[in-house]
Design a protein around this ligand. Structure first.
Ligand code: OSB
Ligand code: MG
Length: 382
């Protein structure tokens, strides 16, 4: 299959409610959508999960656009691809920029699946017809409102609740939630807000029977987590500092975590995610799908990934309506009363991209073709 063009669009979308983490508040999203087109007119969709600012990781919507436009697209357009795994190989000269690469890699997987008239889940080797869904709840000023919100999510069927925490919004909040909901599957996510010197405070969380504590320490630091894990009863789940299979291997060997959150964007796409979950499964480390406040395309890719056998814990992949007035895919992602999402079996990601809605939300678009990139990597090209 020859990649003829890449159509890039930036869409802007308002979140239904602001989402607060230890590193900031998000009100609206600036999302890059990538449509990879083959010579014969078929296309596949990917979503770049970089955030607006470099506060979760170092990428942003704008850095992804530049790197895609000037470096990644030229490496891919005009190439003939037999298997989706080759996509990463072509993009290998570019270091880092995992989320930008993943946007393209995921689009190629969708395209390949469509060309083979098979579902993305099936092409990946997924084994689940439905996946388990949990919710990630932002930091709330008011504990009463947080408790009400949790009650509402549990009533909707969600199987696990994850609370964002930060210094000053931790033990007291978790204690109140545990008191009110003694039996629910409960986790916390610090997004790197603590240091090893906070060990005594973090040990207090051992009292609340949490399924895990997500990314308590530095975003780029595995070793410190191994020191912390030795002192905690609660399992550590790493998110920010796992970028590839080697990071996962190092973290597991060092005892830095006992659970891993896999995000397609952070690990460079489906091929890498699949290898990681396989390795983790072989080492008794449960994994689950994280989320990055994705629109429908990213959400659909997360669902397909979560159908792989290593994804044994509920993910942060929840219903479209928790985020958006109207999603960009049809049908929107829906969650059953049992807290599950059905894995589509129609071709590709299994959801239709609502082009009319996408057009309405688009603030910039460009098409990158082979002609423009003829001559290889246009370093510094504009
Ligand atoms: O750490 O998992 C995270 C959102 C933005 C950046 C980082 C994270 C998150 C979430 C939200 O937890 C997950 C979601 O509902 O998409
Ligand atoms: Mg996280």
């Amino acid at each position: 299959m020859k990649i003829a063009a890449i159509h890039a669009r930036e869409i802007n979308m308002q979140l239904i409610a602001p989402f607060e983490t230890s590193f900031g508040v998000t009100h609206h999203r600036r999302i890059l959508l990538l449509e990879v087109c083959s010579e014969d007119g078929a296309s596949g969709w990917g979503e770049v999960t970089a955030a607006e600012g470099p506060f979760y990781n170092s990428e942003t919507t704008d850095t992804a656009w530049i790197v895609l436009r000037n470096f990644l697209a030229p490496l891919l357009v005009g190439k003939t691809i037999e298997t989706p795994e080759e996509t990463l190989h072509y993009m290998a000269p570019v270091r880092g920029h995992e989320m930008a690469k993943a946007g393209l890699e995921c689009a190629v997987w969708d395209l390949m699946a469509k060309c083979q008239s098979t579902s993305l889940s099936q092409l990946l080797g997924g084994t689940r017809a439905e996946i388990s869904s949990g919710v990630s709840l932002g930091i709330h000023e008011d504990i009463g409102k947080l408790l009400d919100r949790i009650a509402q999510e549990l009533a909707a069927g969600y199987q696990r609740v994850k609370l964002k925490i930060k210094p000053g919004k931790d033990v007291e909040v978790v204690s109140a939630v545990r008191n009110r909901f003694p039996d629910i599957a409960l986790t916390v996510d610090a997004n790197s807000a603590y240091r090893l010197t906070d060990t005594a405070l973090l040990k207090k969380l051992d009292a609340f029977n949490l399924t895990y504590i997500e990314q308590p320490l530095e975003w780029n630091e595995i070793y410190q987590h191994s020191k912390l894990q030795r002192q905690l009863e609660t399992r550590i789940c790493l998110d920010e500092c796992i970028h590839n299979l080697r990071d996962a291997q190092a973290a597991i060997e060092l005892g830095a975590c006992k659970v891993i959150n896999i995000k397609l964007g952070r690990v460079c796409g489906h091929a890498a995610a699949r290898k990681m979950q396989d390795y983790c499964m072989g080492h008794g480390v449960p994994v689950w799908s994280g989320g990055m406040l994705e629109a429908g395309v990213g959400r659909a890719h997360n669902i397909a990934m979560s159908s792989l056998p290593g994804f044994v814990l509920p993910g942060d992949v929840s219903a479209s309506k928790r985020y958006w007035e109207e999603d960009i895919i049809v049908p929107p992602v829906e969650v059953s009363a049992q807290g599950t999402i059905r894995v589509p079996d129609s071709p590709g990601i299994g959801f239709e991209v609502n082009k009319r809605r996408v057009e309405k939300l688009t603030v910039r678009e460009e098409e990158w073709t082979a002609t423009r990139s003829a001559g290889g990597v246009p370093v510094g090209a504009s």
